[in-house]
Design a protein around this ligand. Structure first.
Ligand code: PXP
Length: 256
């Protein structure tokens, strides 16, 4: 059974999509993303995140079935706002769903959802998911208009896209990075003031996680690509343990 770990601490959701990316590159049965999820659980992940994409390029329908059957921590089911994904989510009723934009040609989820432009449709789309008991999160850019719209449509959670902050850091655009961090800080506080639970993720690494983890309104980080890459060198459990250590230190006001 999937149960929530204690509230209050900053939760870490581990995204296991890229274990499936490696598996699918050879059409083999390994590496198994569900095995990675079980290992992530024992290494201290508070939840597992998996994105069932329309083109099934990584996670498969069978992976979702197995994750629902085998996980003891909550599954955060990332999905595009399509009828197909809605019916899959309603069949499985995962602990959480995170609604993300999806374009077939993109390498990853490149931007946040434009909730403000599609408000009425999204309000109708998420209502049955909420009624089914799923905690509904919307993945958006850290912008006031998007947060307001997510609140109006009845989402319980917003996940703020940290990609622009991480890209600016990686490319050495430090003034821009600091500006993006400031935006995340202000928008996390704004979303929290509306009663939304605030999550963040995308592109986070050991180098970029701490300033985001230190933002007090943020309750959960979802991290995947870096952890799966780091696991090649250090092992998945060690990679997760180090990320957890950095998050906890930042939360306590420590760096490094
Ligand atoms: N949160 C959301 C909504 C995402 O779409 C992704 C990427 O699938 C992540 C977090 C994790 O991003 P990354 O794999 O870059 O850590």
């Amino acid at each position: 059974m999937q149960t929530d770990r204690p509230q209050g601490k900053l939760r870490l959701g581990v995204n296991i999509d890229h274990v499936a990316t490696v598996r699918n590159a050879r059409g083999s049965s390994y590496p198994d993303p569900v095995r990675a999820a079980r290992l992530a659980e024992s290494a201290g992940a508070d939840g597992i995140t998996a994105h069932l994409r329309e083109d099934r390029r990584h996670i498969s329908d069978r992976d979702i079935e197995r994750l629902m059957a085998e996980l003891t921590v909550p599954l955060n089911f990332e999905m595009a706002p399509t009828d197909e994904m809605q019916s899959i989510a309603l069949r499985h009723r995962p602990h959480a769903v995170c609604i993300v934009p999806e374009r077939r040609e993109e390498l990853t989820t490149e931007g946040g959802l434009d909730v403000a432009r599609d408000e009425t449709r999204l309000a109708h789309f998420i209502a049955p998911l909420r009624e089914a008991g799923c905690r509904v999160s919307i993945f958006i850019a850290a912008e006031r208009g998007q947060i307001d719209a997510a609140h109006r449509i009845g989402a319980q959670v917003v996940e703020l896209h940290t990609g622009a902050y991480c890209d600016a850091h990686a490319e050495g655009r430090l003034a821009e990075r600091d500006g993006e961090l400031e935006r995340l800080r202000e928008m996390a506080a704004f979303a929290d003031s509306l009663g939304l639970e605030v999550h963040a993720g995308h592109g986070l690494t050991y180098d970029t996680v701490q300033p985001v983890a230190a933002l007090p309104e943020i309750r959960e980080l979802n991290i995947g690509h870096f952890l799966i890459g780091e696991a090649i060198f250090a092992g998945l459990e060690a990679a997760i343990a180090e990320m957890r250590r950095l998050m906890d230190a930042a939360r306590k006001g420590e760096q490094g």
